[in-house]
Design a protein around this ligand. Structure first.
Ligand code: ZN
Ligand code: ZN
Length: 295
């Protein structure tokens, strides 16, 4: 009886142990599958697949390379400037983009420190010499009028040209002029191409122009980088009026339209008296008068 009791007791204990073991064992279930969103993956919009750009190219310029106006892609590189040389009227500039650089060429008159500052309608003292004796005489020169016309004595100006006329009056009335007369020397110079080392060419040595009464200057003028012949005509008349010796001088030039480089100079005849092979600079001294007809 007692033995039987023990057995039961053991049995009860074992059962209890079994129950306990069942409670502490891991649940006999299969693991859940990982959710699709548990592993981060790139968002679809960051890896596009687009059709290639049908480029709309904006041409290259001196400042920018060729560029597509739609996508900003760049093509041909920027151009190199194509410089046009400076001339007396314009600084150097790029023929492609019109950027300019530097200054126009320095006019010869400026380069040599000369001033053509005499104005119309003003009498300026003119130092020269008597005709019979090389004594100093002082007269007066006045630029009466400057005019511009398309025709001259029934002749139309050539294409691109116009006529530029100037009328001067020169008078002498001092005692030297009254007893010896007077010599005068006038010439035309060019403001831009002026060169004191250039040989003097006399009007009588110039060749005839196709405009009647005109001769072609010995050296072309340069206007906007292009050489132009200058055509020259003048007539001079002198006469005594009482005690006054009067010279009227009418100059007409056929020049490129708006050309402003013509200068008339009156100089002392003593500077050229009995001299040969003169240079332009030999004609000029501090008393020389320079009238720039425009500008
Ligand atoms: Zn594009
Ligand atoms: Zn350029």
């Amino acid at each position: 009886m007692k033995k039987s009791f023990i057995v039961i007791l053991i049995a009860l204990t074992l059962l209890a142990g079994l129950v306990s073991a069942c409670k502490s064992a891991p649940p006999a279930v299969s693991p859940d599958p990982a959710p699709a969103t548990s592993t981060p993956s790139p968002t679809p919009t960051s890896t596009p697949t687009l059709a290639p750009c049908d480029h709309d190219w904006i041409e290259a310029s001196c400042d920018n390379s060729e560029i597509c106006s739609k996508c900003g892609a760049t093509g041909a590189p920027a151009l190199e400037h194509k410089w046009n040389e400076a001339n007396y009227q314009m600084s150097a500039f790029c023929l492609l983009c019109f950027k300019d650089e530097g200054d126009p060429l320095t006019p010869g008159f400026v380069e040599h420190g000369m001033k053509a500052d005499k104005k119309p309608a003003t009498a300026y003292p003119y130092v020269t010499i008597g005709f019979d004796q090389p004594e100093k005489t002082i007269g007066e020169v006045t630029l009466k009028e400057v005019s511009v016309t398309d025709s001259f004595k029934d002749n139309a100006a050539l294409d691109g040209y116009e006529f530029l006329s100037a009328n001067f009056v020169v008078t002498f009335s001092d005692s030297v002029a009254q007893s010896n007369g007077a010599r005068w020397t006038y010439s035309n110079l060019d403001f831009y191409t002026f060169d004191p080392a250039a040989a003097i060419v006399y009007y009588s040595d110039l060749k005839d122009s196709e405009i009647p009464g005109f001769t072609v200057g010995s050296k072309p003028i340069n206007y906007y980088g292009i050489d132009w012949d200058i055509h020259i005509s003048f007539d001079a008349n002198s006469a005594w009026s009482g005690n006054s010796l009067n010279l009227t001088l009418n100059y007409t030039f056929m020049v490129p339209v708006d050309y402003d480089g013509v200068i008339i100079t009156f100089t002392n005849s003593a500077l050229i008296l009995d001299k040969d092979n003169l240079k332009t600079g030999d004609l000029l001294d501090d008393d020389s008068l320079f009238f720039r007809l425009r500008g």
